[in-house]
Design a protein around this ligand. Structure first.
Ligand code: CMP
Length: 139
């Protein structure tokens, strides 16, 4: 059953475009570092203004990001919670599960180590965060 779960995790991790550049060792490291988390519809995953401790990679389901008077849906293959972890600032938005969700999560220390070891992924994550920040600053 463990092998089954690891295999499933690998399939899911490989379905994240952002991880496509990982070599087998990098993928293996990631699979051993990820935690699994689920959420029921309506569950609040991130509260604006909180201190940041986790980044979420969406394996299944949709979440809603409420920021700057907008509501933005994110789904499988996308991630959230990276902005505060990278900037050291408080959480920039509320994030709520829309339906039943499955996530891979990394805590702050593991996320920082992971992006330090994989500059190409760091670049992607930074670019996403910059685009999101810019969008939130537009009126
Ligand atoms: P963080 O600030 O840690 O917590 C809230 C998260 O919502 C943030 O990281 C991003 O991952 C996400 N987020 C904020 N603004 C946007 C946006 N404009 N589009 C998509 N996701 C966003």
């Amino acid at each position: 059953r463990d092998a089954e779960r690891v295999l499933k995790a690998r399939e899911l991790a490989e379905s994240f475009p952002m991880f496509a550049s990982l070599d087998p060792q990098g993928m293996q490291d990631l699979l051993h570092t990820f935690r699994h988390r689920t959420a029921n519809p309506g569950a609040r995953l991130i509260r604006r203004g909180d201190r940041a401790d986790t980044v979420f990679f969406i394996a299944a389901g949709q979440v809603e990001v409420a920021v700057a008077g907008r509501k933005i849906r994110l789904g499988p293959g996308e991630h959230f919670g990276e902005m505060a972890l990278m900037s050291g600032e408080p959480r920039s938005a509320d994030v709520t599960a829309v339906d039943y969700c499955q996530f891979f999560t990394l805590d702050r220390r593991d996320f920082r180590r992971f992006i330090a070891q994989h500059p190409e992924i760091r670049t992607v994550v930074e670019a996403t965060a910059a685009a999101r920040r810019q969008m939130n600053e537009e009126k």
